[in-house]
Design a protein around this ligand. Sequence first.
Ligand code: HEC
Ligand code: HEC
Ligand code: HEC
Ligand code: HEC
Length: 482
Amino acid sequence: MMIFNIASSRGMRLARWATIGGVLVAALWLMLAPRHSLASDQLRAKKIIQETCVQCHRLKGGPDSRFNLKAPDLIWAGSKYQRPWFVRWMSGKEPPLYAKNYRWDLTTTPAQHPVVSESDASAMFDYLVKNNKDARVKIGGFDLAKVTKFDVAFGGAVFKAHACIGCHTVIENDKLVGGPQSTNLAASGQRYNADWLFRFGQNPQNFTVHNGEFLADATDPQLRALIGFLMVQGVPDFKYYEPWMSHEFVTANVARGKVIYKEYCSQCHGVTGKGDGPAASGLEPKPAIHANIPFEKLPMEYVYNVVNHGGPAIGKSANMPYWNLTIGQQGVADVIAYLKATFKGPPQPEVLGTVLHSGKPEACVQPRKTMTAPADFLSKTNPLPVSAEAIQAGEVLFLKTAKPAACAMCHGDRADGKGVMGAALMPPPRNFTCGPMMMDIPDGQLFWVIKNGSPGTGMMAFSGLPDEQVWQLIHYIRSLAR
Ligand code: HEC
Ligand code: HEC
Ligand code: HEC
Ligand code: HEC
């Protein structure tokens, strides 16, 4: 069309077109041909949307109560969805979003959604992107490439602390949990465009009002963590950002880190890392004795999380501050470089209070600082039957996957209490191979300490571990006692 307009208005050009000849004409035809059918797809999509979809959905206007609507608004649909999800939804391959119906006041049976072909759905998506973009949504406002595992864990806690789970469902340990009132968020990472979701989170009432919606009092970092959490729901192969692989860590500088250590860390950890800074006398648990920790051997994720996000990020005391805001990413990278360059662990590896192989079996018994579990816990016994599978599942958690830290880091790969962090801890980590000692510790006690930690010691709380996994760990621990 374009060519004809130009050509007919300018005779000169027409002549030139003609001389360039068939090659150009053929090329133009090839370029136009798909556009031509796209255009007809678009016309068809527009027709369906304007004739069918509008019977239930609004495509323009401002937020309104669902009690005045038939279906969720599509006003900002051009910014809201990811194409593959939209196509699946429109072609009938997704479960209902509102388990009790969008209009639960009229019926609580989930709605059957009209179905279109995949190609029509794809064309509708294009149509909506072209005509129903939301100008309020800042493109790149949320950086999905920077979401860390910590963000997602923290976002999950925010999701609960701010009652999101009261009205929305998500999947936790393979079960759908939460109040099924509003939209199901179990696969939200497949469904939403992250920038839209972030803008929605900043003020839901810009999108939905008089609806039962909730405006959470979340800080910007909390909101970002929450969006990170929602964007991994339903995305098992999500690629997490690893800050310790970033530019700041490549250019980290030990000399700068040393200055930071003096200025910020020594007030608690002491100038030489002996845990004897001026604040230490009043603190319980005591600041870690860095001089006893072989930082090179610790997982970077662990060291990064405790320095950047603070003690609670690894299940430890909140008296260990989060340093991200104070010293920035470069500062965190520098001080970690200093920790690694300076502290290599205790001089002799055998400072551990345990005496193994002394001939007398009782010699391995350690003094226990752990408090005794409350009676209703003490009386619990392991509800999982002993099996090779349960023990093996426990082993994987113990050696590798338990969060915030693998048990082996402290308790040792052989569960003898001699992990890389073991020597830095007083009291020392429990030696699970010590039969005479383990015999006297009931299942319920082990369970309670794993869930709650042993305050004032290195033993952190594993409150996020599902009960079943704790019981698997206990089977594994029990399998090692000699
Ligand atoms: C008969 C009414 C009806 C018609 C017609 C209809 N929808 Fe829906 N639509 C709904 C309802 C109700 C929901 C909420 C789904 C649920 O309950 O799970 C919905 C949900 C949706 C959603 C997901 C909304 C969200 O929460 O993000 C999209 C996208 C959508 N419809 C697009 C369309 C398009 C495009 C058309 C036109 C082909 C269309 N719908 C036609 C009733 C309708
Ligand atoms: C008291 C109930 C309630 C609480 C608490 C709540 N929501 Fe909602 N949420 C709603 C309602 C109602 C809507 C509007 C959609 C609807 O009509 O169900 C909504 C909408 C949403 C949407 C957009 C749904 C869509 O696809 O259009 C998201 C995302 C969302 N909420 C996330 C959250 C998060 C995150 C939290 C916690 C900070 C939260 N909600 C807390 C009731 C709630
Ligand atoms: C206000 C006191 C205080 C300051 C300041 C402080 N820390 Fe800590 N830190 C602690 C306490 C207390 C612990 C032990 C927490 C526990 O065991 O529950 C700790 C633990 C740690 C650990 C964890 C060791 C382990 O057991 O896993 C590291 C690493 C650490 N601090 C690094 C630093 C760095 C680096 C700085 C300076 C940027 C710093 N700390 C500043 C109080 C402090
Ligand atoms: C950062 C170091 C550290 C990590 C990681 C750690 N522990 Fe511990 N754990 C300790 C220390 C130190 C003690 C001794 C505490 C005491 O005596 O009060 C301990 C004690 C225990 C006890 C003894 C309870 C009792 O009453 O005697 C159990 C059980 C235990 N840990 C299980 C685990 C399991 C399971 C994991 C992994 C999911 C784990 N620990 C991870 C340091 C750690």
